[in-house]
Design a protein around this ligand. Structure first.
Ligand code: ZN
Length: 287
């Protein structure tokens, strides 16, 4: 499943070919993905100009000069591809490889300048919706989201205050989108390992020092993953067409039974299930 760093990679890949361009024609080739497309989808997008491409948590937000925003979620397998006929591809333009099967091309944006953007999603857990940009605070997907993990707002004191009194384990607290937005299972495991904190520790037990360490670790794993181009799908290609490789540098995720990478630790990475999701951790390094 694409996590926040992957979505940020998509945003960075699409921005240079979408921002400032008119959507000459939009097309949805089926009535729904995970949810039905909004009423008037084609009419509301065709003829609008893309002013800016933003991201909030795992949502892509396409700001249009019509006063509306197109919100897209990649779900499990959604991907955008850029197809250009006359515009020469430049370094940094967004191309997925290998090519996706056309039968899963569900949404097409024909942009001015002969650029075609295609949304392909074999499993159809992705979705798109439109809302008035001025009403963003009331949009159900966005309302109540915590700060971005790499924002200044997300700090040790903020984290400590947000989980104060919580009986839930730290793992669950970090997956709570009201505490921090867009953090998924992989990066929660990695951040807890880096902070040396047990995923089973009660969230409410965080003191200032540990909270600071954890907030810093969260920021580091997200920043590094974004810098690496993001990756959690093996077939997920970054902006230059190369497959993402950050998954090979996970220290705990997917490493059950392997020796902990901390020098002289020697313990084996363990896997437990918390809230129905796998947690990988080192029982010696994480307390
Ligand atoms: Zn260890």
């Amino acid at each position: 499943m694409p996590e926040l760093p992957e979505v940020e990679t998509v945003r960075k890949g699409l921005a240079p070919v979408m921002e400032g361009r008119l959507i000459e024609r939009a097309e949805n080739r089926r009535p729904d993905l995970r949810f039905p497309f909004p009423d008037g989808f084609v009419e509301r997008l065709s003829g609008a100009r893309v002013e800016r491409l933003d991201r909030r948590a795992k949502y892509l937000l396409m700001r249009l000069d019509s006063g509306e925003t197109l919100l897209s979620h990649l779900g499990m397998s959604g991907r955008f591809t850029v197809q250009q006929s006359e515009v020469a591809l430049k370094p940094g333009d967004f191309v997925h490889a290998p090519p996706t099967s056309e039968k899963h091309d569900h949404v097409v944006f024909d942009m001015e300048g002969d650029v075609r953007i295609v949304f392909n999603d074999p499993r159809r857990f992705g979705f798109m919706t439109l809302f008035a940009t001025d009403d963003e605070a009331a949009v159900p997907f966005l309302a109540g989201l915590g700060p971005e993990p790499n924002s200044n707002e997300f700090s040790g004191p903020f984290l400590q205050a947000r989980v104060k009194g919580k009986k839930a384990p730290l793992k669950a607290a970090l997956l709570d989108q009201r505490v921090v937005a867009g953090l998924g299972n992989i990066y929660v495991c990695e951040a807890l390992y880096r902070a040396g904190l047990s995923p089973r520790r009660m969230a409410g037990s965080l003191g200032p020092k540990r909270a600071e360490r954890l907030a810093l670790a969260v920021r580091q794993v997200i920043d590094e993953a974004i810098a690496a181009g993001g990756s959690s799908l093996k077939d997920f290609a970054s902006a230059d067409g190369e497959l993402g490789y950050f998954q090979h540098t996970f220290r705990t995720y997917g490493r059950e039974g392997e020796t902990c990478v901390t020098p002289d630790c020697g313990s084996k990475i363990e896997r437990i299930v918390q809230s129905g999701r796998s947690t990988f951790f080192c029982p010696t390094c994480q307390r």
